[in-house]
Design a protein around this ligand. Structure first.
Ligand SMILES: [Zn+2]
Length: 140
């Protein structure tokens, strides 16, 4: 069986993925609640939502940990970026950011002072992420 990276909550450290799917509780601007499944493959932007919540292009969604219910959107990014942690097969830890806006396909991975970016829209938050990089270095 293929071994996937593990994604986990920065608040309760609970695991958010089941094999290659990451699960979040989300809330739309119009207060619909539901679950979303994202791919654990970093540059795969397919998503599956529960029927209780509509997928609206360009709309910002709030992401919550399904285990501790804490919000994962960063206030410092006007809630636009969602932050989680990841560890790889050799237990190395990474900080992962992605856009909470439907249709904005960008992912950032920070490890060892290095910022990697993925997705067609990844230029959007680069300046902001450079700042988090310094913060990350001093806190891990
Ligand atoms: Zn949590």
């Amino acid at each position: 069986m293929e071994k996937f990276n593990t994604f986990y909550c920065p608040h309760c450290f609970g695991y958010l993925n089941i094999t290659d799917k990451i699960i979040f509780k989300i809330k739309s601007k119009s207060n619909e609640n539901g679950l979303v499944m994202l791919s654990a493959k970093i540059s795969d932007y397919t998503s599956i939502l529960s029927e209780s919540i509509k997928k609206v292009e360009d709309e910002l969604y709030e992401f919550y940990c399904p285990l501790c219910s804490k919000c994962l959107n960063l206030e410092s990014s006007d809630m636009k970026l969602v932050k989680i942690y990841m560890k790889d097969k050799s237990n190395k830890k990474y900080e992962v950011y992605f856009s909470g806006i439907c249709g904005e396909h960008c992912t950032y991975v920070i490890k060892d002072c290095k910022l990697e970016h993925f997705g067609p829209h990844s230029k959007m938050y680069m300046d902001q992420l450079e700042k988090y990089k310094e913060y990350f270095d001093s806190h891990l």
